[in-house]
Design a protein around this ligand. Structure first.
Ligand SMILES: *[C@@H]1O[C@H](CO)[C@@H](O)[C@H](O)[C@H]1NC(C)=O
Length: 291
């Protein structure tokens, strides 16, 4: 395991590119050979348990103007689908998070929503587990602290990133009806099949705001890392304590229509990192109000 003084130096000076041909989900134990931070302390994901409870107001969500007339850009990075949201007034961020209470401090801007899933055979798709239970998928809302001006700078600083994560349970609901808003992604998957494909489409983003407000009322919070290379240990995780229903059909389509290469030879499945050592970290359940 890397010592902290070395982690700080790597965070400052390491080029932070992690192109998908340098790592994959078949051999996550090899990531650290190319990306030293994957062997640093405080890695994610972990098996979550509620170790203590704290009561406080959840972080405030600030929506951009014109969420209903929003736009989604979806990208197949070869290792996940990333969604980037823009509201009607594209000079504003779609959603910001504001909190000056532990464990957050400042204004955070949503950069991407990263999707993780299993395979068509029914393997789990979540990265985190709650009380040893995995779920069918995981949607990670990655925010950077505005103090650092951009994601690229924020991820070089401990505490620079906050990730709100929603664990997904497959249900028989249609994509547009399930609690997890698909935003119409299910209609774009053929266009996203090959690595490097990108599509932009119009969507009402209001349900994302609704989902996050609900998700933030009870979260399991801990300090960890990005779950893929370069694995920077700079993230405050807020994992919603309640899983949310997602269309099982959408998860099936992700596991069967999306490929990890440009030639569409290898399906992108099971894009989750195995559980990492908790190394004594405590998980705090942050709840909205006293019962
Ligand atoms: C869009 O947002 C910018 C920045 O907040 C603001 O200055 C501008 O007036 C807004 N435009 C419209 C049409 O609301």
């Amino acid at each position: 395991m890397l010592p902290w003084w070395y982690v700080i130096i790597v965070l400052q000076f390491w080029p932070m590119d992690a192109p998908s041909y340098l790592w994959n989900y078949d051999e996550p134990e090899l990531w650290q050979e190319t990306f030293p931070l994957c062997d640093s302390p405080l890695q994610s994901p972990i098996a979550l348990t509620r170790d203590r409870i704290a009561y406080s107001r959840p972080p405030k969500l600030v929506p951009g103007d014109g969420l209903a007339e929003g736009e989604v850009t979806a990208i197949n990075t070869g290792r996940r689908i990333e969604l980037r949201l823009a509201p009607g007034n594209a000079s504003q961020p779609a959603i910001q998070l504001v909190s000056y209470k532990k464990p957050l401090f400042g204004v955070y801007t949503l950069e991407t929503i990263d999707l993780h899933w299993g395979d068509a055979g029914g393997t789990h798709g979540s990265e985190h587990a709650i009380n040893k239970e995995f779920f069918d998928g995981e949607a990670q809302f990655v925010f950077y602290n505005n103090f650092y001006e951009s994601m690229a700078k924020a991820r070089r600083h401990p505490g620079g990133i906050a990730i709100v994560s929603v664990l997904l349970s497959g249900s028989s609901a249609a994509a547009g009806e399930a609690a997890f808003p698909s935003l119409g992604l299910e209609q774009q998957l053929d266009a996203l099949a090959a690595r490097g494909s990108e599509v932009t489409f119009a969507a009402d983003l209001t349900p994302v705001h609704g989902l996050l407000s609900k998700a933030l009322t009870r979260v399991l919070a801990y300090y960890g890392s990005l779950t893929s290379p370069p694995c920077n240990p700079v993230a405050t995780w807020l994992v919603s304590a309640e899983p949310v229903d997602v269309s099982a059909h959408l998860l099936y389509d992700l596991a069967t229509k999306v490929y990890e290469d440009r030639q569409k030879q290898k399906r992108l499945v099971n894009n989750w990192r195995p559980l990492q050592d908790r190394s004594g970290r405590l998980v705090t359940q942050l709840e909205n109000t006293k019962p």
